[in-house]
Ligand binder design. Sequence first.
Ligand code: F6P
Length: 326
Amino acid sequence: MPRINRIGILTSGGDSSGMNAAIRAVVRTAIFHNVEVYGICRGYEGLIDGQFEQMYSHSVSNIIQRGGTILKTARSQRFMEREGRDIAYSNLKQFEIDGLVAIGGNGTFTGAGIFDEENDFPIIGLPGTIDNDLYGTDATIGYDTAINTVVEACDKIRDTANSHERLFFIEVMGRDAGFIALRSGMAVGAEFILVPETTTYIDNLTRLLKHDWRRNKTSGLVIVAEGDDFGGAYAVAKKVKEKLPEMDTRVTVLGHIQRGGAPSAYDRVLASTLGYEAVNALLDGQRGVMVGIINNKIAFTPFEKAIKHHKDINLQMLEMSRILAL
Ligand code: F6P
């Protein structure tokens, strides 16, 4: 097994809080092992454009508490093409980089898998996405912080919903997965949680809402994952209003506030642990895997499985949250 002397690190896809803590851990663990580290700016875009810069211990001072990513990020179209990936590979060779740590989500690992197959290049992935939709880890970096942000926002909305006796439809992120909606919905005592994993029946929703109001509920929060099959909070609210015109309804789309902000303590510890383990894994000759934590144990999952294997939401929790909101 050839020794790894120099590694690259990049963040790619949607940013998430805790990415900086992961970068810090990767840089410092590598330096501890006498391995040089190059930061690659703007994800795969920077890999193609040769935006490489050597990082030192002081390069990552004072970032563990900062949201976003100091390396910047992008969703690269060019890396989806063979031509882009070939340029990326020749840049890595030119900088004599022997291995890569890629922090991101589905798109990042899809690209990493193809790149390794074509070029026989060791890459270790770290799960960095607020969506928590990667198989092979109980939580992704940024998920916990996003939940806390949603909870804080919903608590504020609950105050005004109560004062005005209104029904709010709050849209949270999650294109394909309802993890954010489910966990934050449970935490704020939402009346309903709508997720992409289950079919939304509007007739059923309106019937239950009517029932709630008859029993003297005077405010409500319906958390809608952006990827809900019915079409997001505006679509759901419009349909409900048609059927229950007497209800005073409002819509709030929380949007990108869910992606930013200082990482929670949980995300800082998760990101630091995974960053440390990623470097050790590369040095041990591991490749083509995502590092995660399952039941408090470090777990390595091949990219293909992390992306394609479906991570199920806890449907029991959905039912429980409804019972608790009665
Ligand atoms: O994948 C993370 C995520 O925040 C999704 O929840 C959301 O649908 C998407 O990214 C938004 O992407 P962008 O910031 O590119 O609009």
